[in-house]
Design a protein around this ligand. Structure first.
Ligand code: FPP
Length: 236
């Protein structure tokens, strides 16, 4: 599969809606938390594959503003997986020159989580290889609303699309070229609503914990077969 990939036409930014952890566990008669644990392993593998391929930005949707409504034990399990991930994997990210960033509302995050993510960002801020972005306490509508409130506070009376981008959580990150969603659902689910305007969408029925190198390369290969017109006519 690797040999089929055109290194000159790689998506610069790949975003992923990691879906299907719960179903993966249920299929095995296990509690949902086991699915998230396997999901975290799939994240780890995906970072390596993306970095080896030469992808510049990889974003994963780890926890939405709506996910707080899940059972308390599940929320706590996902949060501790994230904390464990940051605490144990940051040295490896540094070794591989990967910058860690978080995207989402920070004001209502528990102190311990906030401290952990800020430390993760601080320790990897000098890395200038791939950027790995974790969307945490994130929703696209919340991001747009927060941007509008920042604009109001800045006193601006008029704004262009280009200016608007500067009020999003990560203004310097280019918009995703490719969005992958696993588990067969074909929805955006309030993810990066502004940034996905021209993103190529790829859906696979594979559940997130089973997402592997072959699946990732299939998505890239599919992306490379598409013609991106950005609303224009492309002459042949
Ligand atoms: C979606 O599956 C998965 C989530 C909402 C949580 C994703 C979180 C992790 C993989 C934890 C680790 C993250 C990092 C960045 C290390 P679901 O529970 O909605 O599955 P279902 O639709 O089958 O119920």
């Amino acid at each position: 599969m690797f040999e089929n990939i055109d290194k000159e036409k790689l998506p610069k930014h790949v975003a992923i809606i990691m879906d299907g952890n719960g179903r993966w566990a249920k299929l095995r008669g296990l509690p949902r938390i086991y699915g998230h644990r396997e999901g975290a392993k799939a994240v780890e593998k995906t970072i390596r594959i993306a970095n080896n391929l030469g992808i510049e930005y990889l974003t994963v949707f780890a926890f939405s503003t709506e996910n707080w409504q899940r059972p308390k034990e599940e929320v706590e399990a996902i949060m501790s997986l994230l904390v464990e991930y940051i605490n144990t994997k940051v040295p490896k990210l540094i070794e591989e020159n990967i910058k860690l960033k978080f995207m989402g509302r920070r004001d209502n995050l528990p102190d311990m989580i906030l401290k952990t993510i800020e430390e993760g960002e601080e320790k990897t801020k000098h890395c200038d290889g791939m950027t790995f972005i974790v969307a945490l306490n994130y929703s696209g509508k919340a991001e747009i609303t927060d941007a509008v409130n920042k604009i109001i506070s800045s006193g601006k009376k008029h704004i262009t699309e280009k200016d608007f981008k500067n009020f999003l959580y990560l203004p310097d990150v280019p918009e995703p070229d490719l969005l992958i969603r696993t588990s067969g659902e074909q929805r955006i689910s309030n993810f990066m609503l502004w940034q996905l305007a021209y993103t190529e969408l790829y859906f696979t029925s594979t559940l997130w914990p089973d997402f592997d190198e072959e699946e990732f390369l299939k998505a890239i290969y599919d992306y490379q077969s598409r013609e991106r017109r950005f609303g224009k006519v492309v002459s042949k």
